[in-house]
Design a protein around this ligand. Structure first.
Ligand SMILES: [Mn+2]
Length: 247
């Protein structure tokens, strides 16, 4: 089985009980450990992750420990950076053993073609403010400057930025806006025109659980999230389905 999960936003200031949130994720990892051959983490797993040369953010010990345990047991775990956790500079690869992806990828799984991406930065009509911020966040010069800010200020800024950024979208966060207004659907349809071989587009980012057929054999999946609706994707080699965590 191959599992897909995204947008847990671990550490978010919009979550009251961080320990309980982290435990849910750890329990999920324990559950899928039984039959997972690979896990794709599709972005925004951390609400704000900025790693320094010799120091990493506090917290997430049980989560990272469990991830390392699964990797050591032979499960391949992929980590796509989102728009909240771009700033990993080797720790997650070298220490934890995650396979980090910074760009969309097309992979073949069980004979099917998967287009995988967090989902930010794909569509040129994303609003200008977001695009400017995205440019800054991805610039290595800005990252160098940020590294000079004392961590207690930088981390505080990061978690607050993240909170305000998501708060603004909360009213729409888990709502499907319709095929024509969901930019990931619009983007996928355009992409599929020139790449008819794609069977599945898999995204995070929008926090909606969506499984939409756009052509005979092409489906667009948005994984939902693991912070409010607790959804994830499962591919058994033949079929893909979205599931929700049961309490
Ligand atoms: Mn996102």
């Amino acid at each position: 089985m191959i599992y897909f999960i995204s947008d847990s936003h671990l550490g978010s200031r919009l979550v009251d009980d961080h320990k309980a949130h982290e435990k849910k994720f750890v329990d999920w990892l324990d559950q899928v450990k039984a039959d997972a051959t690979a896990i794709y983490m599709m972005g925004d797993i951390f609400d704000f992750w900025f790693e320094y040369k010799t120091v990493v953010p506090k917290g997430f010990v049980r989560f990272l420990g469990k991830v390392a345990e699964l990797i050591d047991a032979g499960i391949e775990i992929h980590f796509f950076t989102g728009n909240h956790d771009i700033w990993t500079f080797g720790y997650l690869e070298n220490e934890v053993g995650l396979i980090v992806h910074r760009q969309p990828e097309v992979v073949v799984l069980g004979g099917k073609n998967f287009y995988l991406a967090h989902g930010d930065g794909l569509y040129t009509q994303e609003d200008t403010g977001f695009r400017i911020i995205r440019k800054i966040f991805h610039s290595s010069f800005a990252q160098k400057l940020f590294r000079l800010v004392p961590p207690q200020i930088g981390q505080g800024f990061g978690y607050n930025w993240s909170k305000n950024n998501r708060k603004k979208d909360l009213p729409n966060e888990n709502k499907f806006l319709g095929e024509d207004r969901e930019f990931l659907v619009v983007y996928s349809k355009q992409y599929a025109e020139n790449h008819p071989e794609i069977d599945y587009f898999i995204y995070g980012h929008r926090h909606i659980a969506l499984d939409l057929q756009i052509k005979n054999n092409t489906r667009v999946v948005v994984l939902g999230d693991f912070v409010s609706i607790f959804s994830y994707g499962v591919f058994d080699g033949e079929n893909f389905r979205l599931e929700f965590l049961e309490d």
